[in-house]
Each structure stands twice: as C-alpha cells, then as structure tokens.
Design a protein around this ligand. Structure first.
Ligand SMILES: [Zn+2]
Length: 338
C-alpha cells in the first residue's frame, strides 16, 4: 500500500509500505476513505519537533473497517468509522470523565496518511456512522477526527455559550472550526482574529460576527474596544506560541475562560500576571472521542459543513505538495485522497 513517510525537515515522501496487520486482540484495520495534513504536522515538517526518522505520518482518519481482532465487540468489518489521534479504552475513570485523550491506556495513533492503518483499542476509539456516507460528507467526517473535535473542545473549555462573547486567536483550521463550534454552542458574538482575506471569509461563513486583523497587544486592544473595555468571556487559543497564548489570556475578562488547544511550543506563563488576571485556563490535547457522536449527528443532519476547511484536495501520492502549500500558508488544510 502507499503511505506518507517523513524523512526530515521539508522531506515528505509517499512510498510503498507493508500492509498493516492485526497485532493485538483490540486492533482494527481501517481502509481510509480520506486523510489529511494537520497544522501540528508542520512542527516536525519544519524541524521544530524532532524524533527518530523516517516515520509513517498522519493522525486524522475516516474510513471502512476491514478486519478486527479477537476481542473487538462493537466495531464490525464494513462499518464506516471515525477515530481520533489517541486511542482510548473509553471505560477508565479518566475516559468516563470525558478526557479520553488522557486515557490510562491511551496509545498514539499514527500512519494515517496512507491507504490503510491499524487502530488499537478499536471498541473505545472508533465511532461508527449510522450508514456509509455519501462522498460529499467524507471531508466533514474526516474533519471531525481532529480539527473539528479540537475546535469544539476549545470552545467547550472556554465555556462558549449563550450570552457569551468569544474571541478566537488563530485562523488555521482549528481556529476556524472553533468559530463554528462557538456559534453552534450559542455564543452571542464571535470575534475571529485573522489578517487573511480567505480565512476571514470562511470565519464569517462559520458564524463570526466581528473580525480583528491586529495581533499581539494591538489585537488585545481591539478586542477590549469591542467588549466595553472588559475583554471576551471566552477565548480560544489555537496556535501554541508565547505570543498567541498571551494574546488569548490578555483578551479574556476577569472571571473568563481560555480554551487552549494549540500545541504549546516554548510557552512560559508569567505567574504574577496570571495571578492578577483572574482568568481560567483549560485545554490540552482535545478529547475528540467525547464529541464524536454529537459531531457525526450534526454532520449527517447537514447542520454544519466543517469540511470547508479543506481548500486543497490532492491524491495521496502528491502529499509533499500539500505540506508545502500548508507550510507556505497557501492552503488552510490539505485533504489527501488515498
Ligand atoms: Zn480510558
């Protein structure tokens, strides 16, 4: 089968790889209907994150179950399923509290930029759709695997809801879907922070009511201008840098909530400023599994169209071009058809 390997900074290759096989009794083998490139894949692509290379790449997936291990009970071959980047048993105390991405048995799921993949803890990890989806729903179901689930968690962690003003720091796919989530959760006002025309337009389509083009301290001032000098009730942080995290904290009113989902790189919080801010911080790797049943329902009912974040679609064999386009910010998010 064909699959993406990361060899080093800027060096992505699509190669013939061994077919995945059942290794443990809780495994499932999934044939991908579609896969994609994540903003977080750009950290290692840019050489900022380092690990042993080459490595099979990708962690967003939706597709059809082909085979299951001997202990798999609820997932069956032929079902269309979606899972997340951490496999979870969905039964431990942490999972039952809604934090499946910190499951006591969690395992990373990788190698999703391929024609087939192995998913461990299949019963706890995979959620089947009510029926095989029509092809036009596949991009949205794939988005639920990570970016929609992550944007949704950020909005929930930021306590977005009726009567709230929500500000969103970051105009990548997660930030844009944080806008969608805040809107779906009933936020009164959603301020998207973006300086890019096409991203601003998508944010407005997803329910943003205001656009702020400034960033850093100027961006904070603009959000305060829009909120009677108080700051937003809820702020989504979807970047992961020192600047974006401080922008998020400073955009938040006393008593407000920051939902942070950008993978932190070099972020150090100043204790004294945090102490006097009176801001709640809640975030981390999104427990996408918690939200999947609800998100699948919304997508099947065609009440949301998160697949619109894919503004570039390529055959899997052209994955390298997808990485380049996202790295150069020519594309918001690239979908790969296996
Ligand atoms: Zn668990």
């Amino acid at each position: 089968m064909r699959g993406v390997m990361l060899y080093g900074p800027g060096d992505v290759r699509v190669e013939d790889r061994p077919e995945p096989a059942i290794q443990g009794p809780t495994d499932a083998i999934v044939r991908l209907a579609a896969t994609c490139i994540c903003g977080s894949d750009l950290w290692p692509y840019r050489g900022i994150d380092t690990f042993d290379l080459p490595v099979p790449f990708g962690h967003e997936y939706a597709g059809t179950v082909e085979e299951v291990g001997s202990e798999v009970r609820t997932v069956r071959p032929g079902q269309f399923v979606i899972g997340s980047f951490f496999a979870s048993d969905n039964t431990c105390e942490i999972c039952r509290a809604g934090y499946q991405s910190s499951c006591v048995h969690r395992q990373g799921v990788g190698g999703a930029q391929a024609q087939r993949m192995r998913v461990p803890l299949a019963d706890g990890t995979l959620v089947a759709t009510p029926e095989a989806p029509s092809e036009d729903l596949v991009p949205s179901l794939l988005a639920a695997s990570d970016v929609l689930g992550t944007g949704w968690f950020a909005a929930v962690a930021a306590e977005a809801g009726p009567g709230k003003t929500v500000a969103v720091v970051g105009d990548g796919a997660v930030g844009l879907l944080g806008v969608l989530a805040a809107n779906q959760l009933g936020a009164e006002r959603v301020i998207a922070m973006s300086r890019h025309d096409t991203r601003q337009k998508l944010a407005l389509d997803f329910g943003a009511t205001d656009i702020v083009t400034e960033r850093g301290d100027d961006g904070v001032e603009r959000v305060k201008d829009l909120t009677n000098g108080l700051g937003a009730h809820s702020v989504i942080e979807a970047v992961g840098t020192q600047e974006s995290m401080m922008q998020a904290i400073r955009c938040t009113r006393p008593g407000g909530h920051v939902g942070y989902v950008g993978v932190a790189h070099g972020v150090e919080l100043p204790g004294r400023e945090l102490f006097f801010s009176h801001v709640h911080l809640h975030g981390g790797p999104a427990p996408v599994r918690r939200f999947l049943p609800e998100l699948i329902e919304l997508i099947y009912a065609r009440r949301v169209d998160p697949g619109r974040v894919f503004d570039l679609e390529l055959p899997l064999d052209q994955a390298a071009e997808g990485y380049r386009a996202m790295d150069e910010r020519r594309a918001i998010k690239a979908l790969l058809w296996p």
